[in-house]
Ligand binder design. Structure first.
Ligand SMILES: Cc1cc2nc3c(=O)[nH]c(=O)nc-3n(C[C@H](O)[C@H](O)[C@H](O)COP(=O)(O)OP(=O)(O)OC[C@H]3O[C@@H](n4cnc5c(N)ncnc54)[C@H](O)[C@@H]3O)c2cc1C
Ligand SMILES: *[C@@H]1O[C@H](CO)[C@@H](O)[C@H](O)[C@H]1NC(C)=O
Ligand SMILES: *[C@@H]1O[C@H](CO)[C@@H](O)[C@H](O)[C@H]1NC(C)=O
Ligand SMILES: *[C@@H]1O[C@H](CO)[C@@H](O)[C@H](O)[C@H]1NC(C)=O
Ligand SMILES: *[C@@H]1O[C@H](CO)[C@@H](O)[C@H](O)[C@H]1NC(C)=O
Ligand SMILES: *[C@@H]1O[C@H](CO)[C@@H](O)[C@H](O)[C@H]1NC(C)=O
Ligand SMILES: *[C@@H]1O[C@H](CO)[C@@H](O)[C@H](O)[C@H]1NC(C)=O
Length: 502
């Protein structure tokens, strides 16, 4: 009975805020047509401003990948200048019209669905890429994709740690940290950020770095989407490790070998060479009818050395072993048998759930694997779901103290995700229920009692302590008061929930 009281109160507050929101809309919000006219009057020529119902929107604007709970836009804006981004932020604040920046369009947290009747700020025109090999820096516009920069960096003999999907926006990735195979060597993508030109929630254009607005720079690196829009970013880059050559080995283990796979993977925890990545996809095999493990191994070093490290896995006798000589920019195109991730399809009904693992506990993982095998049997609508396992060395992440930025999770053994991919929106409820159960089975062996989830892999229901760590929240909330006091930036796994009670 006692526990019921706060729930009832929360319900009342929620209703109350909904009523206020309705009033605000009725009395002061401009119509979509009015928003278009207002922005046309404020933005520089060359900026594109359309109703989302116009054909120009589907033609010219970045289309989202995950659409299970997409942000709902009425107007699309493609600014050409930093001052245009500033004008949109100021307009939105003064007229109470929500907006959100789009970089690569890969964000998938369900929190995005809280945005209703808003403006899409498509950053596509910010696509410049400049590499200064002498200074070891890379400067990019706020919408470049990972695949755009890795090819350019390789050609210049440089590398930057990025994520594993070529079409993910580099800025979006960096705002939440950014983890990937070269993270074991150099840390999160955000650890290599040197400066950013940033339009804040107060409508100011600031250059942030370790010496200018250092307080905000701390927040930009790991929680950036809470404070503003980045238009230009400069990164430190590094000479190529192993001349840019990477060993990629693909293997497949039948379900009965899953326990041995967990056992061998666990041996690397706390002592994984920084050049080695274990990248697994646990999935239903339609032809054999059961769960199997696709296991890819990357080694940024001599192939003989890489093979020696993974020999215990090869000794288990996996199927379909492939050994590739890949390059810095081609790892994801050959990994996991070059199977295109369903996550790279635009318009996919994607239901994500994730838990950071700090330990690898074979008994828990066997239970999870068996649960999936049993649940997916005879359920074609669930057989599209996979688990993604990204096991990096913590070496690179621990080169930077946890106090150095908002990115909190430097000692993660495995970034573990349930990817509930649906090709049909009618699959979403079942994939969601299944994902919740999978997440609850991921937790007992995770090495933590509290839920900890890398912000970019979150479902959206975990809360700020899970995404940013409780220890960082006071500082992140203080930054909100200074740089986004109206809480305009509250739709992507936010530090603070939106002002409409959403
Ligand atoms: C197939 C796939 C693979 C992935 N692999 C990895 C991985 O290996 N490692 C990893 O760390 N993450 C990975 N992710 C997660 C990815 O980092 C996030 O989904 C990220 O939000 C994508 O950024 P985006 O710009 O593409 O998406 P968007 O949806 O455009 O943006 C996501 C969020 O960032 C904000 N944002 C975008 N651009 C800007 C900007 N210029 N200024 C301010 N805010 C901005 C948006 O407003 C939004 O809140 C992957 C995601 C997918 C779908
Ligand atoms: C890189 O940039 C161009 C546009 O500037 C885009 O069309 C292309 O698909 C991008 N992505 C990758 C992964 O190459
Ligand atoms: C930010 O830095 C860039 C590059 O040095 C410069 O062109 C720009 O004017 C600066 N902006 C502000 C607001 O200081
Ligand atoms: C997973 O491995 C365990 C331990 O070897 C085994 O008992 C179980 O059958 C396997 N599960 C599946 C679905 O193959
Ligand atoms: C998947 O099923 C096919 C067909 O039965 C089989 O050849 C293949 O070995 C299976 N893969 C695994 C990893 O068991
Ligand atoms: C996994 O599921 C398949 C298909 O139902 C079944 O044949 C197999 O016995 C299951 N494996 C385990 C270990 O339960
Ligand atoms: C989606 O699934 C439903 C229910 O299974 C089915 O009726 C419908 O035809 C499917 N739609 C598409 C586009 O496949």
């Amino acid at each position: 009975m006692v526990a019921l009281k706060p729930i009832l109160l929360a319900g009342l507050v929620h209703l109350h805020l909904h009523a206020l929101r309705g009033l605000a809309w009725a009395s002061s919000s401009p119509t979509p047509q009015q928003i278009v006219r207002d922005l046309q009057a404020r933005l520089s020529p060359g900026s594109e401003i359309v109703l989302t119902s116009d054909p120009g929107y589907a033609r010219d604007f970045t289309q989202r990948f995950a659409i299970a709970t997409p942000p709902a836009y009425v107007v699309g804006v493609k600014p050409v200048a930093v001052s245009d981004v500033q004008a949109v932020v100021r307009y939105s604040a003064s007229k109470n019209v929500p907006f959100l920046a789009t970089g690569g369009g890969h964000g998938y947290t369900f929190s995005l669905g809280r945005l209703e009747s808003g403006i899409e700020l498509d950053m596509s025109n910010f696509h410049s890429i400049d590499i200064d090999p002498a200074a070891n820096t890379l400067t990019v516009g706020g919408a470049v994709q990972i695949g755009n920069v890795t090819a350019a960096l390789l050609a210049a003999g440089r590398e930057l740690p990025v994520g594993q999907c070529a079409t993910v926006g580099l800025t979006g990735l960096t705002m939440g940290g950014g983890v990937g195979p070269y993270g074991g060597i150099h840390g999160a993508a955000s650890d290599s950020l040197l400066s950013a030109e940033f339009v804040t929630g107060t409508g100011d254009i600031l250059n942030v770095s370790a010496t200018r607005h250092a307080d905000l720079f701390y927040g930009v690196k790991g929680a950036g989407f809470n404070y503003g829009v980045a238009t230009r970013l400069t990164y430190r880059v590094y000479p190529l490790t192993n001349n840019g050559d990477v060993m990629v080995v693909n293997t497949q283990f039948p379900g009965p070998l899953n326990g041995s796979v967990w056992e061998l993977a666990s041996r690397f925890v706390g002592r994984q060479p920084k050049e080695l990545t274990l990248d697994f996809s646990l999935r239903w095999n339609a032809s054999s009818g059961g769960m199997v493990a696709w296991c890819s191994f990357y080694y940024v070093g001599p192939q003989a050395e890489g093979l020696r490290l993974i020999q215990p896995f090869l000794d288990l006798g996996p199927l379909n072993v492939e050994i590739h000589a890949a390059r810095y920019d081609s790892i994801s195109s050959v990994a996991l048998y070059s199977a295109e991730s369903v996550g790279t399809i635009r318009g996919i009904s994607f239901v994500p759930y994730s838990v950071n693992l700090y330990a690898i506990d074979p008994p828990s993982l066997i239970s999870l694997f068996n649960y999936m095998n049993a649940t997916m049997t005879g359920r074609p609508d669930l057989q599209t779901a996979t688990l993604a396992w990204a096991q990096f060395s913590t070496y690179g992440f621990q080169l930077f103290p946890v106090e150095s930025s908002a990115f909190p999770y430097r000692d993660v053994a495995v970034f573990f995700q349930y990817d509930g991919f649906g090709f049909n929106a009618s699959q979403i409820p079942a994939l969601d229920k299944f994902g919740k159960n999978v997440r609850s089975l991921m937790r007992p062996g995770s090495g933590r009692t509290d839920l900890e989830v890398y912000v970019h892999f979150g479902h959206g229901d975990e809360g700020p302590a899970a995404w940013y760590s409780a220890a960082k929240l006071p500082r992140l909330n203080a930054l909100k008061a200074v740089y986004d006091p109206k809480n305009l930036f509250s739709y992507y796994n936010p530090v603070q929930r939106g002002r409409y009670g959403h």
